[in-house]
Design a protein around this ligand. Structure first.
Ligand SMILES: NC(=O)c1ccc[n+]([C@@H]2O[C@H](COP(=O)([O-])OP(=O)(O)OC[C@H]3O[C@@H](n4cnc5c(N)ncnc54)[C@H](OP(=O)(O)O)[C@@H]3O)[C@@H](O)[C@H]2O)c1
Length: 294
């Protein structure tokens, strides 16, 4: 991190409350609609998958959404958000891009046949995060050092792009801005296939964020929980610095510290308070490590 990044974590835009309606916030109006519409399968319809589906539909994409309980449970929300309630299999069929927005430990429970016969051109996006202490339990290969998204690739037998894992659902819903806005938040992505990353970068822009390609999937740990890029809502310049400053040796410990800081805020904390708590953990650690502000 550079000397000049003294305000890396300083400014945070106030966040609006989260809702299931279609009011508020920015998404791109697409130019040539037919060319730009992407058929997207969203597997997982909770806080993150549901919000992504809603925002992507609002940006003009065709989004089929699936959860564990089945399409009946999604009908009402689909009606409100312009998405299509589906089974997991239906969400994947004919999709150009599939997002996996499940708890990390649930990924191996997806049907093994789901990804097997998909055309090579289909892009798979891993939105998940690994939280062994309070949700996922320890997974030996990951504990032994395998990068989380590389573990996901092994489970599904397909290349993935890691994206949309490093922003909370509320920021995703409320903080998108038109391209060129001075305080536009940036989101990083990592993956091994250039064409996949182009598609994902386009979706990031459609939702109102700058995209930052941080390289191959092996580098995706730089945007995982416990790194300064994670849920700190930084603009492009600051995110670039944060990604470079990530330290794999301390990420596990910091992930737990960040979780504790957010839990300590209590259930009524505002999204803004959560983003600030995340930033403070990294500022404190940086100060301890280098004896000065980041
Ligand atoms: N929440 C955030 O702000 C946020 C931000 C970034 C990344 N993430 C990551 O995104 C992932 C999802 O988080 P979330 O907060 O959206 O979780 P969540 O609210 O608990 O939602 C989980 C979703 O996954 C579905 N699901 C679980 N097992 C499934 C299976 N075997 N087949 C199909 N669907 C299944 C659930 O369906 P049912 O409801 O039917 O059980 C539910 O729709 C996690 O890995 C999380 O770490 C979350």
């Amino acid at each position: 991190m550079h000397e000049r990044d003294t305000d890396l974590y300083q400014s945070v835009t106030p966040l609006a409350p989260v809702s299931c309606d279609q009011t508020a916030n920015f998404t791109h109006e697409m130019g040539n609609k037919e060319e730009s519409v992407m058929r997207i399968g969203m597997i997982g319809a909770g806080w993150q998958g549901g919000t992504l589906a809603k925002q992507l539909a609002k940006a003009g994409h065709e989004v089929r959404v699936a959860n564990r309980r089945g399409p009946q449970s999604l009908q009402e929300c689909a009606k409100q958000t312009g998405t299509i309630a589906s089974t997991v299999e239906h969400a994947a069929t004919n999709a150009e891009l599939i997002m996996i927005a499940l708890p990390f430990k649930a990924i191996p429970s997806l049907p093994k046949s789901l990804f097997k016969d998909l055309p090579d051109s289909v892009t798979i996006v891993d939105v998940s995060n690994y939280y062994p202490s309070w949700r996922d339990g320890p997974i030996p290969e990951v504990e032994a050092g395998l990068v989380e998204s590389e573990w996901v690739e092994k489970q599904i037998g397909r290349p993935v792009v890691k994206a949309f894992n490093s922003i909370t659902f509320d920021s995703l819903e409320h903080l998108g801005k038109p391209v060129g806005s001075s305080d536009r938040i940036a989101l990083s992505l990592a993956g091994d296939r250039v064409e996949d990353k182009k598609k994902v970068a386009k979706l990031i822009d459609d939702l109102g964020f700058d995209a930052l390609d941080i390289g191959p999937l092996s580098q995706s740990w730089r945007q995982q929980p416990g790194t300064p890029a994670y849920c700190t809502d930084l603009d492009l310049e600051r995110l670039s610095a944060a990604v470079k400053a990530a330290d794999r040796r301390t990420a596990t410990e910091t992930r737990e510290e960040q979780s504790r800081a957010i839990v300590a805020l209590g259930p009524n904390a505002t999204p803004l308070e959560r983003v600030k708590a995340s930033r403070q953990v990294f500022v404190r650690n940086y100060r301890q490590q280098f004896g000065r502000d980041c």
